[in-house]
Design a protein around this ligand. Structure first.
Ligand code: GLU
Length: 284
């Protein structure tokens, strides 16, 4: 089977050095395997994703030295390479999950769940709160609609089951459903697929064989493995890269402007030194 890797940036801001180094690893792994690297623009979240960021992203990645064989700018057999153009496929996957009885409509927003679970030590604002099983609806209380819009759809996790996988860099992983993560959104009430559904649908349709991404998505991989199983698809291999932190040890975010690729470029850093890690700029 030919190796197919992917770069899957979200154009919600300027890319920083952390993204670029992870993408560089993806490129090196695709090259070493004699495979193909594709670029998919993850632009589903319309209010957050702006066309000018998408253009800047491609320019910054090329400046850094990255290249890809398939993408929105060069086409390819798995087109389209923008997620916002793949919604018909995402809906089809939603239908398959609905028909299999894997998902249910949930009137509870993330905020409701947070309120119900308020934990004083909940530090990671990005983490999805664990959805309380008691809030799952009675299966007879709703009928199958023709389309997903207007309500959040959640994937029902198998409580107590430990999802295991071998990460190609981090080794064996184990996350228990109902304890480490709960029923997670598959479709958002504003009419777009949730990240987990979209990424699985597209990695599968684009025949991706290995997913290389940041270590912050390790737990998400457990959710995604459950989706692959529900859909009867083979999951790809996974390789999770270390996250780049700033001088204070805080993980870089798109708002860390000083390490944005374009800021580094403007400050005179070369891609060669940034790739090799010999230039170690710290945000001011
Ligand atoms: N688009 C996601 C992000 O930029 C990455 C998704 C993934 O690699 O699975 O955070």
């Amino acid at each position: 089977m030919t190796y197919r890797g992917r770069l899957a940036p979200t154009p919600s801001g300027f890319l920083h050095l952390g993204h670029a180094r992870t993408f560089w690893t993806a490129r090196e792994r695709a090259r070493a395997a004699g495979g193909v690297l594709l670029l998919r623009v993850e632009d589903l979240d319309r209010p957050r994703c702006r066309p000018e960021f998408a253009d800047a992203m491609l320019e910054d990645l090329r400046w850094f030295g990255l290249d890809w064989q398939e993408g929105p700018d060069c086409g390819g057999p798995a087109a389209p390479y923008r997620q916002s153009e793949r919604l018909a496929w995402h809906r089809e996957v939603w239908r398959q999950l609905l028909a299999g009885g894997w998902i249910y409509p949930s009137p509870h927003s993330r905020k409701d769940v947070e309120r119900a679970l308020r934990a004083p030590h909940a530090e990671d604002e990005a983490a999805e709160p664990i959805f309380p099983a008691a809030r799952r609806p009675d299966p007879d209380s709703w009928t199958h609609p023709a389309d997903p819009d207007g309500v959040t759809w959640r994937f029902r996790v198998p409580d107590g089951e430990t999802v295991r996988f071998e990460d190609q860099r981090c080794g064996p992983q184990a996350f228990t459903a109902g304890r480490d993560f709960g029923d997670f959104p598959a479709w958002r009430r504003d009419g777009i697929p949730a990240y987990e559904l979209a990424v699985v649908a597209d990695d599968h349709a684009m025949a991706v064989t290995e997913v290389v991404r940041g270590k912050d998505l390790l737990l998400s991989t457990a959710r995604q493995i459950l989706l692959y199983r529900a859909l009867n698809w083979m999951p790809p291999a996974f390789y999770h890269c270390p996250l780049l932190c700033d001088a204070a040890g805080v993980r870089l975010a798109k708002r860390t402007d000083a390490l944005a690729l374009r800021a580094l470029r403007a400050a005179g850093h070369t891609p060669e030194a940034l790739r090799a890690g010999t230039a170690n700029p710290t945000p001011s």
